[in-house]
Design a protein around this ligand. Structure first.
Ligand SMILES: [Zn+2]
Length: 209
């Protein structure tokens, strides 16, 4: 089992390699590595990220097959199936780090803000189920200092939505709560910048790490 802070250091190192275009992994696993993984997996981090095509978790953290347990859903929202997926990996594979990975220019957050501002409405009830999960995290921002500045508002909303997902994972499951309290599970929030490629861990990282 890889402790949470060691897992965090691996992700940070991987993202530095990605930004520097100095990958340590090959995009395709060797036959030997694939064969090794047939009998089991031990992913060292769980990533709950957005489905956006520009934020592939394995690539931005420069990781290979078997390294990351990745859950992707538009807006990196937390619904019961996402909590269940995190529980599964944490309990079954003893993975001790969970990262909620939001990103700049997120379309799901933009859609939610447009709806809150009355600029658009979401017709599909399926898409609405995503917007409805983003809304509570961001609606208070409209009355805040950035309410009139679209770019700043979107930036703040992305961060607020990550924080909300982190909170839901920390407190939305008895199993995860217990693992956090007694077994070293760490849930952190991060944001990926489309422009720079840098992942900034901004929520839940212990001081000095
Ligand atoms: Zn997105």
């Amino acid at each position: 089992m890889i402790p949470a802070l060691e897992a965090l250091a691996r992700l940070r190192d991987g993202n530095r390699r990605f930004v520097a275009v100095r990958s340590a992994t090959t995009p395709l696993a060797s036959q030997a590595r694939r064969s090794e993984l047939v009998s089991g997996q031990e992913p060292f981090a769980i990533i709950l990220g957005c489905s956006d095509s520009r934020v592939p978790a394995e690539l931005v953290f420069d990781q290979g097959f078997g390294d990351l347990f990745v859950i992707r859903v538009a807006g990196n929202i937390v619904a019961p199936s996402q909590i269940g997926s995190v529980e599964f990996a944490a309990a079954r594979f003893h993975t001790r780090l969970v990262v909620v990975l939001g990103h700049s220019q997120c379309g799901a957050i933009t859609a939610t803000l447009e709806e809150l501002l009355g600029k658009a409405t979401t017709e599909s009830k399926n898409l609405r189920s995503i917007v409805d999960r983003v809304r509570p995290a961001v609606e208070d921002l409209l009355a805040g200092p950035h309410g009139e500045e679209p770019e700043a508002l979107l930036r703040e909303a992305v961060l607020a939505n990550v924080r909300a997902s982190v909170q839901l994972l920390r407190h939305g499951s008895e199993l995860l709560e217990r693992l956090i309290e007694t077994d070293g599970l760490l849930v952190v929030g991060a944001k990926y910048s489309l422009a720079t490629g840098v992942v900034n861990f901004f929520d839940g990282v212990p001081d000095g790490r």
